[in-house]
Ligand binder design. Structure first.
Ligand code: IPM
Ligand code: MG
Length: 370
C-alpha cells in the first residue's frame, strides 16, 4: 500500500494541544493496524509569522500541495492583533484554501446523544440532529476584488469588499451538495439573499439549473439566509444538507455548531475538485473551533473536534470508512461514559483535560478494534 501522506499544521492557541492527541492516535494506528500514515509538520498562523514573518511559508505551502491531506489545528490570538493585515494568522488559512482550491467546506452539525443537555436549545429540538452545511470556500466576498480601504479625499474613507460568483463556482458547490445529499436524506436547502443581492439572484438560478441537470431525484428548496438562521435555531431537524456561499456559510455554520452544545465538538473538511488523473481531491481537515487563546496552554481544550476531523480525513481522503466510523463511535462512547472537558461539562459528569480526553478516545478505539 502506498504511504498515506499527512501534513500536520497545528498552528496557534489550542491547536497544538488538540493535534497532539491526534498524533497519538495516528502512531497507534501505524503500530497496530499498519495504517501507513506518514506525517510531516509545518507552521501556520502566528507560529509561522513568529518564525519567518509570513502566515505560512512557501516551503510549507509546497508540502501542503504535495500531501494527500492536511490536518489543520487553529490560528490566531491576541499576540498577533497588531501585525500587518497581509500576514495576519488567518491569511495562512485563507492561502491554503485558495492555493489548494478547496472550494467545498463540509461542516456537519451532529448532536451526540450524551450532549443533548448542553445545548442552549431544548433537548427535543436537537436530539438526533444530523445536518451538513456545505459552504463555498474560495469565492464570494472573502476573496472578491476590489477589496480595499480607499481615501475619498474629502475627509472620508470607503471600505470595500466585493461579493462575486461565477457560474462554475456555484455549479460545482451545488453538485457537491447534491452528491452528498444522496448519501444522506436526499434533501438540499440552498440559502442566499436574492431579495437584496444580485449575486443572490444568480446563486439561486445556478443552483436551480444544476439541480435540473441530473439531480432531480434530490429534493431542493431555497431559503433566504436570514430566515435560514432563524429556522436553524427554531427547528434544525427540518434540514439535511444546506448549501450556501462563503460568508453566509461562515455564520450559519457557527450557529449550527452551537446547536450541538459546543464548538469544541465539530470537525470540518475542505475539499478540492477530483484530480483528472488520480481522482484524488486535495483536502484539508480542521476543527470548527478557533484557537481559544483564553484557555490555550492550560490543558483544558476539548480535542474532540480535532479527532473527529481526523475521522473525516480517513473517510474522505483514504476511504478508511470502518476506521472513521470506529473513531466516531469511540468519541460517542467516551461521552456516554460521562467524560467531559470544561466546555461541555454538566452536573454529575467527570471533568477531564485535553490529554485525558484524548487518551480515553484512543482507549475506546482500541477496545473496539478486533
Ligand atoms: C472559519 C473561520 C475562518 C473564516 C477565519 C479564521 C478566517 O471563521 O473557518 O469559519 O472566516 O473562514
Ligand atoms: Mg467561522
Amino acid at each position: 500500500m502506498a504511504a498515506r501522506k499527512l501534513l500536520l499544521l497545528p498552528g496557534d492557541g489550542i491547536g497544538p494541544e488538540a493535534m497532539a492527541e491526534v498524533r497519538h492516535i495516528i502512531s497507534w494506528m501505524n503500530d497496530h493496524e499498519a495504517a501507513g500514515f506518514e506525517t510531516d509538520e509545518g507552521l501556520v498562523g502566528g507560529a509561522a509569522y513568529d518564525a519567518h514573518g509570513q502566515s505560512i511559508s512557501d516551503a510549507d505551502m509546497e508540502k501542503a500541495m504535495a500531501a494527500d491531506a492536511v490536518l489543520f489545528g487553529a490560528v490566531g490570538g491576541p499576540d498577533w492583533d497588531s501585525v500587518a493585515y497581509e500576514v495576519r494568522p488567518e491569511a495562512g488559512l485563507l492561502r491554503l484554501r485558495k492555493d489548494m482550491e478547496l472550494f467545498a467546506n463540509l461542516r456537519p452539525a451532529i448532536c451526540y446523544p450524551a450532549l443533548a443537555d448542553s445545548s442552549s436549545l431544548k433537548p427535543e429540538v436537537i436530539e438526533g440532529l444530523d445536518i451538513l452545511i456545505v459552504r463555498e470556500l474560495t469565492g464570494g466576498v472573502y476573496f472578491g476584488e476590489p477589496k480595499e480601504i480607499i481615501d475619498l479625499g474629502n475627509g472620508q474613507k470607503r471600505g470595500i469588499d466585493t461579493q462575486v460568483y461565477d457560474t462554475y463556482e456555484i455549479e460545482r458547490i451545488s453538485a457537491v451538495a447534491f452528491d452528498l445529499a444522496r448519501t444522506r436524506n436526499n434533501k438540499v436547502c440552498s440559502m442566499e439573499k436574492h431579495n437584496v443581492m444580485k449575486s443572490g439572484v444568480f446563486w439561486k438560478e445556478v443552483v436551480t439549473d444544476t439541480h435540473k441537470n441530473g439531480y432531480e431525484d434530490v429534493e431542493l428548496s431555497h431559503m433566504l439566509a436570514d430566515a435560514g438562521g432563524m429556522q436553524l435555531v427554531r427547528w434544525p431537524k427540518q434540514f439535511d444538507v444546506i448549501v450556501t456561499d462563503n460568508l453566509f456559510g461562515d455564520m450559519l455554520s457557527d450557529v449550527a455548531a452551537m446547536l450541538t452544545g459546543s464548538l469544541g465538538m465539530l470537525p470540518s473538511a475542505s475539499l478540492g475538485a477530483p484530480d483528472a488523473v488520480s481522482g484524488k481531491r486535495k483536502a484539508l481537515y480542521e476543527p470548527v473551533h478557533g484557537s481559544a487563546p483564553d484557555i490555550a496552554g492550560t490543558g483544558a481544550a476539548n480535542p474532540i473536534a480535532m479527532i473527529a476531523s481526523f475521522a473525516m480525513c480517513m473517510r474522505y481522503s483514504f476511504e478508511m470508512i470502518d476506521e472513521a466510523a470506529r473513531l466516531e463511535a469511540a468519541i460517542a462512547k467516551v461521552l456516554d461514559d460521562g467524560l467531559r472537558t470544561g466546555d461541555i461539562m454538566s452536573d454529575g459528569m467527570k471533568q477531564v483535560g485535553t490529554t485525558e480526553m484524548g487518551k480515553a478516545v484512543l482507549d475506546a478505539y482500541k477496545s473496539m478494534t478486533s
